[in-house]
Ligand binder design. Structure first.
Ligand SMILES: [Zn+2]
Length: 342
């Protein structure tokens, strides 16, 4: 009983913080209310547990899980604490972690550098672009960190996914050393393979980051996914399917669902409808629903072609011609069924 009275008093104090009423905290604290007739209807407030900050090397950190997984909350609080140090005052580093918080890190964006190892380091550390991590292809076990995870790196540029924009603010950028595409005599972009060892490094790194910030598979993307009219990296040789199947990273469609959509497509009718504005509008809408920054117009313009190409780099890399052929359309529908917008 004594405890429940304490919680009621605490609740009154907490509620008072949000109002402009004249609250006499002193009297509330020293004098318990006589009548507690409403106590049965009022749930007792949960007293937050004060967290002790631990020290390790040069770091202060704490670790406590305050996530509500049912709400897809990514707030497992942990890690280093960066705090103010105002002169003559002391910032107390034992504190009540607020429930109302989450991580800023919501996306992982993968790139290739289109440069060799040395040039990659030089450009990403000395010029106006950067990434949090750089994965070399030297066959060793090192991954370079260039930017603190809590700070912004300049890797995404003008970008969007499922309505979020300017993803530098909310992403971890990973650059992978790879020489990038060359255009052949017929104008086709030819992309080089990634090294298997290098991909294993990327997989381990992405998994570590995604687990710590509870990053959704839908938000593990290539640069071309979030900037399809400007970017081609990491390109069609990047093994998204392998990452999904062997490392449970990112999105991939189910073959049976793709086949079901393929079976619904009548080849002759499909060929006739592919240039129809109604169908163009429909697949533009489906691309937008999956996440691409495209506005449905019913016109198959250059931006539409490039967006289809970006989709194919990621999900149908055998043929990236920028045409919404039957297989591309079936895969797109299968993905939207598996990863619906909430
Ligand atoms: Zn890039």
């Amino acid at each position: 009983m004594r405890n429940s009275l304490y919680f009621i008093v605490l609740a009154i104090m907490v509620v008072s913080c949000g109002s402009q009423n004249n609250v006499q905290k002193k009297s509330v604290k020293s004098k318990l209310p006589v009548s507690v007739s409403n106590s049965a209807q009022k749930p007792a407030s949960k007293t937050p547990v004060k967290q002790e900050v631990k020290h390790e090397g040069n770091y202060d950190f704490f670790k406590v899980n305050i996530a509500d997984v049912a709400k897809n909350d990514n707030t497992i609080s942990f890690g280093s604490i960066v705090s103010a140090n105002p002169p003559e005052y002391k910032v107390v580093k034992t504190f009540f972690p607020a429930v109302a918080q989450n991580f800023r890190q919501k996306y992982i964006i993968l790139h290739y550098t289109a440069l060799d190892d040395d040039k990659s380091v030089q450009v990403l550390t000395q010029q106006s672009v950067s990434a949090h991590y750089l994965v070399n292809n030297l066959g060793n076990r090192e991954i370079y960190q260039l930017v603190d995870e809590n700070k912004r790196a300049y890797h995404a540029g003008i970008s969007s996914w499922r309505g979020d924009k300017m993803l530098n603010d909310t992403s971890i950028g990973i650059e992978i050393v790879n020489s990038g595409y060359k255009t052949d005599s017929t104008g086709i972009r030819v992309f080089p393979e990634f090294d298997d060892q290098q991909i294993n490094k990327v997989a381990a790194l992405v998994k570590d980051i995604a687990n710590r910030y509870m990053i959704s598979p839908i938000n593990i993307l290539g640069h071309s996914d979030i900037a399809p009219t400007r970017k081609q990296d990491p390109g069609p040789k990047f093994p998204w399917k392998k990452l999904y199947e062997q490392h449970q990273i990112g999105m991939w469609y189910d073959d049976a669902t793709k086949q079901m959509f393929m079976n619904q497509i009548l080849p002759v009718e499909y060929a006739l409808s592919i240039m129809a504005p109604q169908f163009i509008f429909k697949y533009q809408t489906a691309l937008k629903t999956l996440g691409y920054g495209i506005e449905p117009s019913g016109t198959a313009d250059d931006g539409t072609k490039k967006t289809i190409e970006a989709f194919q780099y990621h999900f149908r890399p055998e043929n990236y011609n920028g045409l919404m052929d039957a297989e591309t359309w079936a895969i797109l529908q299968a993905l939207n069924q598996k990863y619906p917008q909430k």
